[in-house]
Design a protein around this ligand. Structure first.
Ligand code: TSJ
Length: 652
């Protein structure tokens, strides 16, 4: 924390201005005031407890949602310091909640690893809450403090101490408890999502081996008891990989697990082979997902490639005259998770989720390489090496064959010149940034969409059959599918190693399918394809889901479209008696004008952007929906009955 030499008199003013600035521009501190921002203020608090336990103090965190809309985080660490802070003249607790960036750094022995991208500290949570209560148990005593954001004469003062820190009794417990109510004057919707929270808590439990994380949702009861879930993984990333491969066919029973550290970095990683044809790599820095990868991931990949090639030669599985295999050969079918902890993180990339620190590549590479060599020198692990080499060789063979086949087809019938006549109705405008491609299920809806569109910037591609499920096929087979070829050709980007996002002709690619099971399946197939073979289309935020209405309610001239079952009762109530209700079973039932009005007109429509914030969960969902395990798929679909809006990897 920066040294501050304010006089006592000016202190209060400075503090209040600080927190009020957060309320004035919440976006600067938490990104958005939507669902993501709402959860961000919870993660700010959770991160503090994770740090405390990672530093060796305590082992359990409980997160609770209450019926009044508040959330609570409790840990069994040392408790926030309660003594008067020398420079500030107020208790440590007050400093933490009223000073921006005062995120738990009391001296140099306490690492603050989490916090990441917008690591702004607990004061931001306080600033954006109606009220916030803190309880600290420390050295035999229990303390309490309360903050509120109060409106006076039309002006809100944010996060003001209303009960100063007070010792309220004796205790033999240790720890910190923070409960807060997000401010509905700040957030569009103050309802926490149990799904978002439980997913992130599970991920944190995987990433922080051995920590017990309990999630209690008092707003949901089962047989009169609140919903409760305990996440605790003594295997850490080993357990994470097993979890990610839940619905896949695994090929080495025990994941390979590696841990090590240097002065600069702590590394852990785990991988396991499946019979899938794609690689799945997930990486984290200080518990933050790095979906764009970066230097740590590069180092890991070269360590694996080098170790496999070197050990393959040492055990004569790669013969002297044979060539080394490529990294991509070894990674086919591999689920790989990497997590590192380090200081002075530099994030870069489109979405600031790429690790930039150049020194980290070699650090990670050396640690992993040495450990892998040791691992494979052990005779009992030789099976895994043999499996890796066998799979790598098979993948290399296919790669070679595909390369040769491509050279031939390039000359004859390249994807780029694939015949689109009669399918794509392109738009006239030439600015890719403004252009939109609607991929529409079915010819009849496609026809309506063609009539309805604004032909200057909206292009329509109707899909006739079902596109091929890319999850179970290699690229070459995927490319044999006509629907897929049409899409690739329309986008202009090429595919696989030729993929070039800068040639994308439409910066919005919008999937428009019926709001039924079949439509959901087609949508899932398309998302899977883009996710597997055009990942940048997704990571750069170009992929969207169009949301057609489910109902039309009409009374005389008054018409309203309803987009979800949840909204329907409210709308009907508003109409009173004598309305007519139409349920749309498919896009085809709407005339062009209605389709334009409800689904295509940028001024009226709502789109869901497909994001991969949560790449690990997205992958699990895709393997659940598209993989071999039919029971798992049925269960998923029945639990997400209306997965129009509930896709775990879509958000606004
Ligand atoms: F940030 C916060 F206030 F919101 C918050 C902090 C919320 C929650 C739920 C827990 C915590 C927190 C802070 N848990 N544990 C700690 N630990 C400290 O702040 C702490 C304790 C002792 C010492 C020391 O040097 O003795 C240093 C620190 C940073």
């Amino acid at each position: 924390m920066a040294k501050q030499e304010k006089t006592y008199d000016s202190k209060d003013i400075v503090i209040l201005e600080g927190l009020d600035a957060v309320r004035m521009r919440p976006g600067m501190y938490i990104g958005t005031t939507g669902l993501k921002g709402l959860h961000h203020i919870l993660w700010e608090i959770v991160d503090n407890s994770i740090d405390e336990i990672s530093n060796g103090f305590g082992n359990k965190i409980t997160v609770t949602l209450y019926e009044d809309g508040s959330a609570e985080v409790q840990d069994d660490g040392r408790g926030i310091p309660v003594d008067i802070h020398p420079q500030m003249g107020v208790s440590g607790v007050e400093v933490v909640f009223t000073q921006l960036h005062a995120g738990g750094k009391f001296g140099d022995n306490n690492y603050n690893y989490s916090g990441g991208l917008h690591g702004v500290g607990a004061s931001v949570t306080n600033a954006l809450s109606r009220w916030l209560d803190v309880t600290v148990c420390r050295d035999g005593k229990k303390y309490e403090m309360r903050f509120e954001s109060i409106e006076k004469k039309g002006k809100i003062s944010s996060g003001v101490p209303v009960k100063h820190l007070k010792m309220i009794g004796d205790t033999d417990e240790f720890g910190t408890k923070v409960r807060f109510l997000p401010d509905d004057r700040v957030f569009e919707d103050c309802t926490f999502s149990a799904e978002i929270i439980s997913k992130r808590l599970r991920e944190l439990a995987f990433l922080n081996k051995g920590i017990e994380i309990v999630f209690v949702d008092m707003t949901k009861t089962r047989n009169g008891n609140p919903f409760k879930q305990v996440y605790k993984y003594s295997g850490g990333l080993r357990d994470f990989v097993i979890y990610l491969n839940t619905n896949k066919n695994i090929e080495n029973v025990e994941p390979v697990y590696i841990e090590g550290k240097s002065d600069l970095v702590e590394v852990s990683c785990a991988f396991q082979y499946t019979d899938s044809y794609t690689e799945n790599v997930f990486s984290y820095v200080n518990n933050i997902p790095t979906s764009e990868g970066g230097t740590h991931e590069t180092g890991l990949k070269s360590a694996i490639t080098r170790a496999f090639n070197d050990m393959g030669r040492r055990f004569n599985i790669i013969k002297d005259k044979e060539q080394n295999l490529l990294g991509e050969d070894y990674r086919e079918g591999m689920t790989l998770v990497l997590a590192i902890k380090m200081r002075n993180v530099q994030f870069e990339g489109q979405t600031k989720t790429k690790l930039g620190n150049p020194e980290i590549k070699n650090e990670v590479e050396n640690i992993v390489y040495n450990q892998l060599v040791t691992y494979f020198e052990d005779n009992s692990n030789k099976n895994t090496l043999e499996l890796a080499l066998k799979k790598g060789k098979a993948a290399a063979k296919v790669r070679e064959a595909a390369r040769k086949a491509k050279e031939i087809t390039r000359q004859k019938n390249s994807i780029e010149s694939y015949n689109l006549v009669g399918k794509l109705s392109s738009c006239t405008g030439k600015t890719a940034e403004n252009n939109e491609l609607f991929i529409v299920e079915g010819d009849s809806a496609g026809g309506s969409a063609k009539q309805a569109r604004d032909r200057y910037f909206q292009a329509i591609l109707p899909l006739r059959g079902k596109p091929l499920n890319a999850e179970k096929k290699r690229l070459a087979q995927v490319l044999a599918n006509e629907e897929i070829r049409t899409i690739i050709s329309a986008l202009g980007t090429g595919i696989g190693e030729d993929f070039d996002i800068t040639s994308l002709k439409y910066h919005k690619v919008i999937i428009l399918s019926d709001a039924d099971q079949d439509g959901a399946h087609i949508r899932a197939i398309l998302i899977t394809f883009f996710f597997r073979y055009m990942k940048e289309l997704v990571t750069n935020g170009h992929l969207y889901i169009g949301l057609p209405p489910l109902y039309k309610v009409q009374k005389k001239e008054k018409v309203e479209y309803v987009y979800s079952d949840a909204e329907l009762p409210g709308v009907l109530e508003k109409f009173g008696k004598g309305y007519s209700l139409q349920r749309y079973k498919g896009l085809g039932e709407m005339n062009p004008e209605q389709l334009w009005q409800t689904t295509m007109n940028p001024k009226e429509r709502s789109l869901l952007r497909v994001t991969v914030d949560d790449a690990a969960n997205a992958d699990l969902m895709i393997t659940t929906l598209m993989g071999d395990n039919i029971e798992a798929r049925k269960l998923y679909i029945s639990e997400h009955a209306n997965f129009n809006k509930e896709d775990s990897f879509t958000a606004n």
